[in-house]
Ligand binder design. Structure first.
Ligand code: PLP
Length: 409
């Protein structure tokens, strides 16, 4: 690992001053006086995203109007932005498209995958993000196929037996645990099964490499570590040799080989475009396109290294506070966030937010610290843990104001 773990604030300052990723922080438009530990949920704005949004809205939309579909390259944007994201997940440029949401792309990929899996059984583990479970179960109801909600960690054993379709997160949303993608793909290959990867918590913070892992299908968020903006569309990946073997179950006109021929019968586009369905959200794509500029010269293995080091710092200090750590301690098995457990987790997170330190809470008792390496400094994390120590020691969390629940936690 290129980073050491600071033992005191002075060491944290020294690490920040030599950090090879330190320059990236100024590419973000961060509000003053806040420490943002929620980049795993909604990444903050970058200057380039805001500039591109402005250029697209006030420049192209306002001045060029409908012509901009051609003159500003809007029609191709799902693929051009997909191509710039491809390197971050170890994919080829023509294997990625930006479209829809993760929920919808999971549906499209899992439904399509059944035509190449040995059997159409659908499998998802019980501790996957809820949308993954809801979508796969609903797909099985629609098609009357076998559905297995496997115990946590048992999905691969079911895949091995059934040769069906398994939806699996590369990094678990709650614990931050990383899956061995190549190992899982080995099981899929030998059983005739197919894995649909959910890369939502892996992309932009780990050095995930789909090609090396032998992965065939994947989707993930762009609004988390990629900082694409609230509701930014998802990406969808299909390995080049698999694209022509699959058809989207939602064959909208944007996935047709000639959308402007307005033909009554669907014929899929030849490349990854066949997985598009409807009109792309251009303003969101513009913001995402700008946000991805931040990653242009960034070494993702360094990003992952720093995420691990920040995580180790959180874990060391949480241990000293006697808090339960709900994430893997081994940095090689951990993504970009660390989860701690406390029966009053919700109130503690509110008390942190009250002090300008933004973290998030997941039922029933999980405090998550998202450790985005591009804008967070070791001193930020050090100071956040000082604040947490004080909140626990003084029981500052024990205040009726901190018990009130908002819709979004
Ligand atoms: C692992 C995972 N999958 C899927 C989603 C939701 O995706 P979407 O809202 O784009 O459908 C999330 C949202 O946080 C997530 O963490």
């Amino acid at each position: 690992m290129s980073y050491v773990i600071p033992a005191d604030r002075g060491e944290a300052e020294a690490l920040d001053s030599h950090d090879l990723l330190g320059h990236a922080r100024e590419l973000f438009d961060l509000p003053d006086g806040k420490t943002y530990l929620v980049g795993h949920s909604l990444g903050p704005a970058t200057h380039s995203a805001l500039d591109e949004l402005e250029r697209t809205a006030s420049g192209h939309w306002r001045n060029e109007l409908v012509k901009a579909w051609n003159s500003a390259g809007w029609f191709d944007l799902p693929r051009t932005v997909g191509a710039s994201l491809a390197r971050l997940i170890g994919a080829r440029q023509d294997e990625v498209i930006i479209a829809d949401s993760v929920s919808i792309n999971l549906f499209k990929l899992a439904a399509a995958a059944r035509s190449i899996a040995r059997t159409p059984a659908l499998i998802v583990e019980e501790d996957e993000f809820p949308t993954d479970q809801y979508i796969i179960e609903a797909l099985s109801k629609l098609s009357g196929r076998d559905f297995v909600r496997a115990k946590s960690g048992d999905g691969l054993a079911h895949l091995e037996r059934s040769g069906g379709v398994l939806v699996l997160s590369a990094v678990n949303y709650r614990s931050g645990e990383i899956r061995n993608m190549a190992g899982a793909e080995g099981v899929a290959h030998s059983s005739g099964g197919v894995i649909v990867w959910d890369l939502s918590h892996a992309t932009g913070v780990t050095d995930v490499n789909l090609q090396e892992a032998g992965a065939r299908l994947a989707t993930g968020c762009t609004y988390k570590y990629l900082n694409g903006g609230p509701g930014a569309p998802s990406f969808l990946y299909v390995r080049a040799d698999t694209i022509s073997r699959l058809e989207s179950p939602l064959p909208g006109w944007m996935g047709h080989e000639k959308p402007f021929a307005f033909e009554p019968v669907y014929a899929p586009a030849s490349g990854i475009q066949r997985f598009a369905s409807g009109t792309p959200p251009i303003l969101s794509l513009a913001a995402l396109s700008g946000a991805l500029e931040v990653f242009e010269s960034i070494d993702m293995s360094l990003v992952h290294d720093k995420a691990r080091a920040l995580g180790e710092l959180v874990i060391a200090r949480a241990d000293a506070l006697g808090l339960e750590v709900a994430s893997p301690r081994d940095g090689r098995r951990r993504g970009g966030h660390v989860s701690l457990r406390h029966p009053n987790g919700y109130e503690i997170v509110q008390a942190l937010i009250h002090r300008g330190i933004l973290a998030d809470f997941r039922e029933p008792d999980t405090i998550r610290f998202g450790l985005s390496p591009l804008f967070l400094r070791f001193t930020d994390v050090w100071d956040a843990l000082d604040a947490l120590a004080d909140i626990l020691a003084t029981r500052a969390w024990d205040d009726p104001a901190f018990r009130q629940r908002s819709k979004v936690t």
